[in-house]
Structures are given as structure tokens and as C-alpha cells.
Write a protein that binds this ligand. Structure first.
Ligand code: HPA
Length: 294
């Protein structure tokens, strides 16, 4: 079980560091109309942060108890700022965002509580809407590597839950509903926005596995039979923690490789990162456009 005091301490330190030297708070007041949108950026997707106005960064190691990410492609910091409205859209300050740039994973030996700490800290800073991103392998034979998939549903096949142990009633109920892990309105907005921008957006089910080993052909066949369209090693625990807290969630995957059980080919981390960086630029444009509409 995650210690709520530990989350509060990290959230308080993050708030303090984000506001240091500013006359006004770095973040809008929680529960205001302008509450910040939380974004978790996965493998190779960190470019999005460059587009923020007035970005302030707080490295994870400045936050007590916050787990570092040991994956080379994950830079490990919270970034807070605003995405300015795009040209031709209504002016104003733009939307406040908190970006968790890089995450830790079960396969690094981290606990479910550590994996979900970022989401819980962002909720502590007033986030009510969360966009989670990841790199994933396509299982649906109609999906191409290099596409983006909007998650419609998910399968937690990691074997663990971040809600194991005593329930923290202040966060959410003992048996949270998971009939809608991803918010239908956010999904519709993503589809509509992508369509207007000429970005192809697939829709499908994500299966989260423990890793770090990639899937065997038999596993790949099985996951497809279970109804999964994409497979990855993150996200599902974060979505469970977010839904427990009552956040509305949008999930977007960069499909970095194609997994076909009958002609499996080795996939290297370098390929995954390179593909995520390419698709990530498009995903970044989509997220920026979406955020300013929320
Ligand atoms: N499997 C699991 N995780 C992944 C993959 C994959 O094929 N591609 C990117 N992350």
C-alpha cells in the first residue's frame, strides 16, 4: 500500500519548488476552472515539454521518497507550465499543465505504489484530468508501426494492483468501478481533434504486461485472442490509481513496432525509442491541441 503521508510530502515539496521565487502560485488553485491537466510522458516522448511556456522543472530526486526512473530514455522530472493557445485560437494564458516526464516500471523492480506515485502526487496538486502516454507494440494486424492509438479499454496483465492492502478512503473506494477506465468524452475529443488535424488515430484495447522481456509468439497470439490491440509495459497501474482517485483519463499509445505471432522479429529498445520519437512529434501536436480545448 502507498503511504498517503509520503505522497503528501512529495506533493508539498513539488508545490514549494514550483512556486519558489514567484509572486503568484505556479499552479492555479485546485478545483478552479483552470485546474492543471496532468500528462505522463512515456518512452521517447519527452519533446512535448519543449513547447511549454514558462516551464519550471523539478527533478524527481528533489522530491522525498519519489522513485527515479532507471530507463535511459526517461528524463525524470516534473514540468509545470502552460501550453499557449495555438495561432488562430482564443488567446489568453493557455492551459496549465503538469508533465511527469518519465516514469518508473515494475520491471525495474519498482513496487505498484512507486509506479503510481506520480499520478497520486499530481492529483495532490489539483489535477482532475490525466493524459497517459506510452510506447506499445501493435497486436492488431491492421495497425501500423508509427501510428497513434487511443485506448478504449485495457487489460491489467501485470499480476499486481496499486490498490492492494489497506484502502486509503481519502483517495477513493475500496472496490473502484473500472467499467470505464478511459473517459468517453475525452476519447471523442481526441478522435475529433485528430481528424481535424489530419492525424490518423487508431482505437483499441491496451494490455499492460510486467516485462522487461518482450512477448513470445504464443503470448502474442494469446493477447490478440483476448482482444488486445496493443501491448506495453506501463500505464495500466497508473490508470487504476487515477480512476481510484476519480480522475478522468485519456490514454494514447505510440505504436512503435508490429507484433505478428507467425513472423515475430526481434525488437530493440533503440528501435522503440526512435519510432516513439518520430510518432511522438505527431502525438505532441495532438496533445497540445487537445489540452487547449479541455
Ligand atoms: N511489447 C511490449 N512493450 C513494448 C513493445 C512490445 O512490443 N513495444 C514497445 N513497448
Amino acid at each position: 500500500m502507498q503511504n498517503p503521508q509520503e505522497v503528501q510530502r512529495a506533493a508539498a515539496e513539488l508545490t514549494k519548488r514550483l512556486s519558489a521565487g514567484l509572486s503568484a502560485p505556479a499552479l492555479p488553485a485546485p478545483s478552479g476552472a483552470d485546474e492543471p491537466v496532468g500528462i505522463v510522458l512515456g518512452t521517447g516522448l519527452s519533446g512535448l515539454a519543449d513547447k511549454m511556456a514558462d516551464a519550471r522543472a523539478v527533478p524527481y530526486d528533489a522530491l522525498p521518497g519519489f522513485p527515479p526512473s532507471s530507463v535511459a530514455s526517461h528524463s525524470g522530472a516534473f514540468l509545470c507550465g502552460r501550453f499557449p493557445a495555438r495561432c488562430g485560437e482564443d488567446e489568453g494564458l493557455g492551459r496549465a499543465v503538469i508533465i511527469q516526464q518519465g516514469r518508473c516500471h515494475l520491471y525495474e523492480g519498482r513496487s505498484p505504489a512507486e509506479v503510481c506515485m506520480g499520478v497520486r502526487v499530481m492529483a495532490g496538486l489539483g489535477v482532475r484530468t490525466l493524459i497517459v502516454t506510452n510506447a506499445a507494440g501493435a497486436l492488431n494486424p491492421n495497425f501500423d508501426a508509427g501510428s497513434i492509438m487511443c485506448m478504449t479499454d485495457m487489460i491489467n496483465h501485470t499480476g499486481v494492483s496499486p490498490l492492494t492492502g489497506l484502502n486509503c478512503d481519502a483517495w477513493g473506494p475500496r472496490f473502484p468501478d473500472m467499467s470505464e477506465p478511459f473517459d468517453p468524452q475525452l476519447r471523442d475529443l481526441a478522435v475529433e481533434t485528430a481528424c481535424k488535424m489530419g492525424i490518423r488515430l487508431e482505437r483499441g484495447v491496451y494490455i499492460g504486461v510486467h516485462g522487461p522481456e518482450m512477448e513470445t509468439p504464443a503470448e502474442t497470439r494469446l493477447y490478440r485472442q483476448w482482444g488486445a490491440d496493443a501491448v506495453g509495459m506501463s500505464t495500466v497501474l497508473e490508470v487504476i490509481a487515477a480512476r481510484h482517485l476519480g480522475l478522468r483519463v485519456l490514454g494514447l499509445s505510440c505504436l512503435t513496432n508490429k507484433n505478428r505471432p507467425d513472423c515475430m522479429a526481434p525488437v530493440s529498445l533503440e528501435e522503440v525509442i526512435a519510432a516513439a520519437q518520430t510518432t511522438g512529434r505527431q502525438l505532441g501536436r495532438l496533445i497540445r491541441a487537445l489540452v487547449t480545448k479541455l
